[in-house]
Design a protein around this ligand. Structure first.
Ligand SMILES: O=C(O)c1cc(=O)[nH]c(=O)n1[C@@H]1O[C@H](COP(=O)(O)O)[C@@H](O)[C@H]1O
Length: 233
């Protein structure tokens, strides 16, 4: 880890190429990487990813949250390898066979191998939401279970909320990547997130990387918002 800014992946959630490219360019030098996810990929596909990332010198976090049978997920991983993402997400809820298939597929490349991250419990969920979907266990227990499963299935790390970082760091070790959304600088709108923490607290808990969207992208001056967050770390 070279600088506080390198910890931040800005989540550029828009379906528009020009808006995404503009944000990526304006934030270069202020953040460590760009996350493009479902909204952008559904709107613009692989060619849109190339159009945005071709002009910026930042690592790509491709957040597709793949979740399907093992054969389908492995094929989807292979299909996006040419985009050369540094990080790629799949859902741990797809189970160990799906995660192993994805990890194998990610290795079948002459290109740099992407690091596969498993989504544990979405940061928009709380204990009551898990009861509603039939998972009657506290969020922390479920995140610990899924992180351990991700690790034993060959993934490189997980996505978790800041509230689980300390427990997962202790259980999964220093080499296991903890990429953490649900980040809200003091006073910023929480929106649809339920498990949130400030950037500084999340790093103190042991987060490797922070995923930050609206607090940066919706700010009047996104570069200034990113600079302020980095200053806090
Ligand atoms: O996989 C993710 O990146 C992710 C997992 C999760 O549990 N929660 C979560 O918010 N995210 C993503 O992180 C970003 C958070 O954006 P903001 O809430 O605007 O900061 C969004 O792009 C989400 O898709």
């Amino acid at each position: 880890m070279t600088s506080p800014a390198s910890r931040i992946f800005v989540s550029i959630d828009t379906p528009e190429i020009d808006a995404a490219r503009d944000l990526a360019e304006r934030l270069t030098g202020f953040v460590g990487g760009v996350k493009l996810g479902l909204e952008f990929f559904c709107g613009q596909g692989p060619s849109g990813i190339r159009a945005v990332m071709g002009g910026v010198r930042l690592p790509l976090f491709l957040d597709l949250k793949l979740h399907d049978i093992p054969n389908t997920v492995a094929a989807a991983v292979r299909a996006v390898l040419p985009l050369q993402p540094t990080f790629l997400t799949i859902h741990t809820g797809g189970g160990p066979a799906m995660m192993r298939a994805a990890a194998e597929a990610a290795s079948m490349t002459d290109l740099p191998r992407p690091r596969l991250l498993g989504v544990t419990v979405l940061t928009s969920l709380d204990d009551d939401d898990l009861v509603a979907v039939g998972q009657g266990v506290p969020v922390l227990d479920q995140a610990r279970r899924l992180a351990a499963l991700a690790r034993s299935s060959g993934l490189d790390g997980v996505i978790c909320s800041p509230a689980e970082v300390a427990a997962l760091r202790a259980e999964c070790g220093d080499d296991f990547v903890l990429m953490v959304p649900g980040i809200r600088p003091a006073g910023s709108a929480v929106g649809d997130q339920k498990r949130v923490m400030t950037p500084r607290d999340a790093v103190e808990q042991g987060a490797d990387f922070l995923v930050i969207g609206r607090p940066i992208t919706q700010a009047p001056d996104p570069a200034e918002a990113a600079r302020a967050i980095v200053g806090e770390l």
